[in-house]
Design a protein around this ligand. Structure first.
Ligand code: SF4
Length: 425
């Protein structure tokens, strides 16, 4: 007689490091979030450093009124010589008077406001009570123990907490609805919306293009994450009874197909209709990737922890372009959300979480990868040592999701290698 052993998923060793880190802070998320929600305004409560960061990252809008600003805390504020709450109320009052177009105001915390323990959630509630016509929320974009994509997570979690709830008695009567969670460029949102419409899947996007037209969420909601860094947002949505559809993230031809497949399976889309709907896009993506495969296949790549996109991108580069993964580092490893991605990584790749920058740089130097994906601060020194690099932040600012962006995504990795070859010649 033989006894079958229960199927146990292999446990992948993870190198966990807690040392010095080199990443941007969560304020950076304002750069793409203010474009996504043009009726929202982001008021950073911070220092001159915060103002410089956000101004230089987002640039100056010449033709439009800016949709972000910094309420600068001066020395007397930090020393407790002024009543910060009074000053904040005054600044918010002035802002809203001048800008009646603002529908949602985010008060964004920073390192200084966190250090002096300014209670921004309470301030937001106080201001909200006085102005019921505007939604006033708060979240932290501080760089203390966070990385830059967590700014989006914290912002969307705050917004998700204010989403209308489906009344319990109505939930069972409602048809299931799909929610795509994570800020996507409008062009990508339109492409996905078309594909879901062709399959007959009712879909809403969160965030959408308006910060006030928000979907109700509840047990009738099924959701797909579009970004791998939305742990807090997902737990707020889970708390409302919505069901997450596990899937790889929509990068590349196969990743996008598998992500769409998760929705098609959940909404019982006819398999023939599904294949017919995705075939043209998938073909286009495969053709676009073919052009880059020649340059990228067999090349080695090392991801330093930065954007939290590292694991899905490593899967894409390995599975669809034949790149050799040396180390895939990520600031935080959300094992549940990344499970389908982790399953697709080769067994011999080093998976690391967190950072001890000097030790990690030693590993980069020892491995001498063809390409290192890292933050801006590390790229120049590595280039000076003859190593090709890719700035991780570019991956967040560029549309990279979906079939029609698969070629552009591969191009982002192929370009530094091409440049290296040209310089060698
Ligand atoms: Fe610097 Fe902190 Fe302000 Fe970010 S929030 S710019 S890390 S002081």
């Amino acid at each position: 007689m033989s006894v079958a052993a229960p199927a146990v998923a292999p446990v992948r060793p993870v190198l966990r490091e807690r040392g010095q880190r080199e990443v941007f802070c969560g304020l950076t998320g304002i750069v793409w979030l203010h474009r996504k929600m043009p009726d929202a305004f982001f008021l950073v409560v911070g220092s001159r450093t915060c103002a410089h960061l956000i101004q230089s990252a987002a640039g100056v809008m010449i033709f439009a009124e800016p949709r972000f600003a910094t309420a600068i805390m001066e020395e007397k504020d930090l020393a407790g010589l002024a009543d910060l709450n009074e000053e904040l109320d005054r600044e918010v009052g002035r802002l809203l008077e001048r800008r009646p177009d603002i529908r949602t105001l985010f008060l964004v915390g920073s390192c200084p406001s966190e250090v002096i323990k300014l209670d921004l959630p309470r301030a937001a509630q106080r201001l909200q009570d006085a102005r019921p016509g505007i939604r006033i929320l708060s979240y932290s974009g501080s760089g203390i123990e966070t990385t830059f994509t967590e700014g989006e997570d914290a912002c969307l979690a705050a917004l998700a907490r204010s989403l209308p709830e489906t009344p319990a008695q109505a939930a069972s009567a409602l048809e299931p609805e799909l929610l795509v969670v994570g800020a996507l460029p409008d062009i990508v949102e339109d492409q996905f919306a078309r594909l879901f419409a062709e399959m007959g899947v009712p879909v809403r996007f969160f965030p959408g293009r308006s910060s006030v037209d928000l979907p109700a969420i509840g047990p009738h909601s099924r959701y797909l994450l579009a970004q791998p860094f939305l742990g807090e947002t997902a737990s707020v949505i889970d708390g409302r009874g919505a069901i997450r559809l596990p899937a790889p993230f929509p990068f590349g031809a196969d990743g996008t197909a598998a992500w769409l497949q998760a929705a098609a399976d959940c909404f019982a889309v006819d398999p023939l209709l599904f294949r017919r709907t995705i075939a043209p896009g998938r073909e286009r993506a495969k053709r676009a990737l073919e052009r880059h495969r020649e340059r990228l296949a067999g090349k080695s790549i090392f991801f330093m922890p930065d954007s939290q996109l590292e694991v899905p991108l490593a899967r894409f580069l390995h599975a669809e372009l034949g790149m050799r993964l040396i180390e895939v580092g990520t600031p935080y490893l959300h094992a549940r959300h990344l499970a389908p991605e982790l399953d697709a990584l080769p067994a011999d790749v080093v998976l690391s979480e967190g950072q001890d920058v000097d030790r990690q740089l030693d590993r980069v130097r020892a491995a001498r990868p063809d390409l290192t994906v890292c933050g801006l601060g590390l790229a120049n020194p590595l280039e000076a040592e003859g190593l090709s690099t890719k700035w991780a932040i570019e991956l967040v600012f560029t549309p990279i999701h979906g079939f029609d962006q698969a070629g552009d995504l591969a191009e982002l990795f192929a370009r530094p290698l091409r440049r290296r070859d040209v310089l060698k010649v």
